[in-house]
Design a protein. Structure first.
Length: 265
């Protein structure tokens, strides 16, 4: 059973709110340190998980474990709920990503009812609301486990290209601050940079260099917005050869210098 400190990390956020302070917060490839469930109830777009891109539509549930790189589009017509389980969540959850297309109406309703119940109990002051939240969260874990089992026959085994890109995204998430370039990552994976880029384009429509720059610039934006670390130190922390090179790369990607981006944010 979860303790209250773990339960306090649980958040349910409307998906449109995730982009309230910039679409870059969800579109850039990055990983988070807690499990997340995305439940799309309206709209459509594309989502990239571990280097593989596919479309999502209404009534799609996407589970992403901690440490898995991902990014997704959120257009003006997209609605739904993001469940952030918290770093210390002890609910039984999958250990690999899953993209579930929920076709049965009663299964869709079951999830909606469970999410509504979690939100209601989290925001309640009635006796035992914390225990009720814990139990509903457990039911969410059960719902997810059952849908993963039900959809197992529809899951296609990834081909060699997708497996390589998944390995690259995992290695990239662990080492993006190191100053390694695409050639370094390719060497660590035992392939040529050309082959790695070809596979990345096949899996997600982007070259390997774009995934690397996506991750670096996302981290830079986050540090600029959420900390007061000087720009030069951010450049060094992210493995850039010099603050000037960092500024050029950031401006090329965002259209603004790091200082201007921080000021406007």
């Amino acid at each position: 059973m979860q303790d209250l400190s773990a339960l306090s990390q649980l958040r349910l956020v409307a998906i449109p709110r995730l982009v309230a302070h910039g679409r870059w917060r969800v579109e850039a490839m990055r990983a988070i340190s807690e499990p997340m469930l995305l439940w799309f109830t309206k709209g459509q777009g594309r989502i990239t998980i571990a280097g593989s891109t596919r479309g999502y539509t209404a009534n799609n549930a996407v589970f992403i474990p901690p440490g898995v790189m991902h990014g997704f589009e959120v257009g003006p017509q997209v609605f739904g709920t993001a469940v952030f389980f918290g770093k210390n969540c002890d609910v039984t959850l999958p250990t690999t990503p899953h993209h579930l297309r929920i076709r049965e109406t009663f299964v869709q309703q079951e999830l909606n009812i469970t999410l509504d119940a979690i939100s209601r109990e989290m925001n309640s002051n009635t006796p035992a609301h914390d225990r009720a939240t814990q139990h509903y969260l457990g039911l969410l874990g059960v719902w997810l486990e059952r849908q993963v089992h039900k959809g197992a026959d529809e899951v296609k085994r990834p081909d060699a290209a997708h497996r390589l890109v998944a390995r690259y995204s995992n290695l990239l998430e662990r080492n993006f601050r190191s100053g390694m370039g695409v050639a370094d990552f390719a060497g660590a994976l035992g392939v040529t940079p050309t082959h790695l880029t070809r596979c990345c384009k096949q899996a997600c429509g982007k070259p390997a260099s774009a995934l690397l720059q996506d991750r670096l610039i996302f981290e830079a934006r986050t540090l600029l917005v959420e900390t007061k670390i000087p720009v030069g130190k951010i450049a060094g922390a992210l493995g850039f050869a010099s603050p000037a090179y960092f500024t050029r790369a950031f401006q090329h990607r965002t259209g603004k210098s790091p200082s201007a981006f921080r000021k406007e944010a």
